[in-house]
Design a protein around this ligand. Structure first.
Ligand code: IPM
Ligand code: MN
Length: 362
């Protein structure tokens, strides 16, 4: 019997539904071609539902999501809803409640895509950031005192425990072994770089650095270990992106450096990420926002959402299908699109989805 995957689809807000539709189109095409089934269930968590019902992602929703093999997310963020409500109530709630402790963000320049970094090409820009996804400044640990007075104090703490750090590092080492590129980095072996700030965050990144150095010296002797301060990481992303192979870092730094990564790979039109619980339900998303000004115009670039679906299939074990989708995306960027920017692709959103799907079906 054909394998069947139960996928929760959360199109969300703004252009989310448009890009998700193209990702689903490609997903269905790949399923047909490679002989597996996708059983899709749509959920309407997002700004419109919040405005209607006051609900973000309710506990009952989390419970439902646990029943799926994976989640495909479009975008969260609505112009009429104050910042933070939907992000915390839906996106971060899903990440935390489903314990998606890895945020995996490939930074890969596809052929034909323009990077703002002069003189660098696809052979130079090809690395992955393993961002820890449950701790750090994101735990909401902190508060105000004397709020509203001239002496108001606000505290927000970077929180990590050894268990969280270790499980993230373990994933990163394994990922570097499996997917790293020997020719990258500055050694001959696959390289895992820790990005931190041990010169200032002398508690949190001291813990990370010790855990990093203590992790399986014998077990991971094939992986070259490097360390960069996070500010220097940004510098080298721009100056020498070819140095990087797999990078592991905390939640906040990972958030920041992956936006820089997204820009050097050609922008939000192509950048995808996976919120991964290796033992549970993972959620895949284009990392750009809901782009309200392009909503309903059929001009937004769906490639990031398609790449999110591709990562989902790779994680589910449909490596062959994932590979073919990636190659199809590469062919479209190399041979078809004029730009990755919304409205400037030379094709509409649905046409770009068709182009990828046709190659996958072929
Ligand atoms: C991201 C986003 C989120 C984050 C926001 C929307 C909460 O920026 O996925 O990188 O900070 O993680
Ligand atoms: Mn971000």
């Amino acid at each position: 019997m054909a394998k069947s995957y139960k996928i929760a689809v959360m199109p969300g807000d703004g252009t989310g539904p448009e890009v998700t539709a193209e990702a689903v189109k490609v997903l269905k095409t790949a399923a047909g071609k490679f002989g597996f089934k996708v059983d899709l269930t749509e959920f309407d968590f997002g700004g419109e539902r919040y405005k209607r019902t006051g609900e973000t992602l309710p506990d009952s929703g989390v419970k439902e999501l646990r029943q799926f093999d994976a989640i495909l997310l479009g975008a969260i963020g609505h112009p009429d809803v104050a910042p933070g409500i939907l992000e915390k109530g839906i996106l971060l709630k899903a990440r935390f409640e489903l314990d998606q402790y890895i945020n995996l963000r490939p930074v890969k320049l596809y052929p034909g895509v323009e990077t703002p970094i002069k003189g660098k090409g696809p052979e130079d820009i090809d690395f992955v950031v393993v961002r820890e996804n449950t701790g750090d400044l994101y735990t909401g640990t902190g508060g105000f005192t004397m709020k509203g007075t001239p002496h108001e104090v606000a505290v927000q703490s970077a929180v990590y425990n050894r268990f969280q750090v270790d499980r993230c590092l373990k994933y990163a080492f394994e990922y570097a072994r499996k997917h790293g590129k020997k020719s990258r980095g500055r050694g001959k072996n696959n390289t895992l770089a820790l990005s931190g700030k041990t010169n200032v965050l002398t508690y949190v990144y001291d813990l990370w650095e010790r855990a990093f150095n203590e992790m399986g010296a014998a077990e991971y002797s094939d992986i070259v270990r490097e360390y960069y301060h996070v500010d220097a990481t940004c510098m080298w992303f721009v100056k020498n992106p070819e140095w990087f192979d797999v990078i592991v870092t905390g939640n906040m730094f990972g958030d920041i450096i992956t936006d820089l990564g997204a820009m050097i790979q050609g922008g939000m039109g192509i950048a995808a990420g996976g919120n991964i619980n290796p033992e549970g339900v993972s959620m895949f998303e284009p990392i750009g926002g809901s782009a309200p000004k392009y909503t309903g115009k059929n001009v937004i670039n769906p490639l990031a959402a398609i790449c999110a679906a591709q990562m989902m299939l790779a994680t589910l074990g449909e490596e062959k299908a994932a590979d073919v989708i990636e190659k199809a995306v590469m062919s479209v960027t190399a041979n078809k699109l004029e730009s990755l920017q919304a409205g400037r692709m030379g094709y509409s959103t649905t046409q770009v989805g068709d182009l990828v799907a046709e190659i996958v079906a072929d």
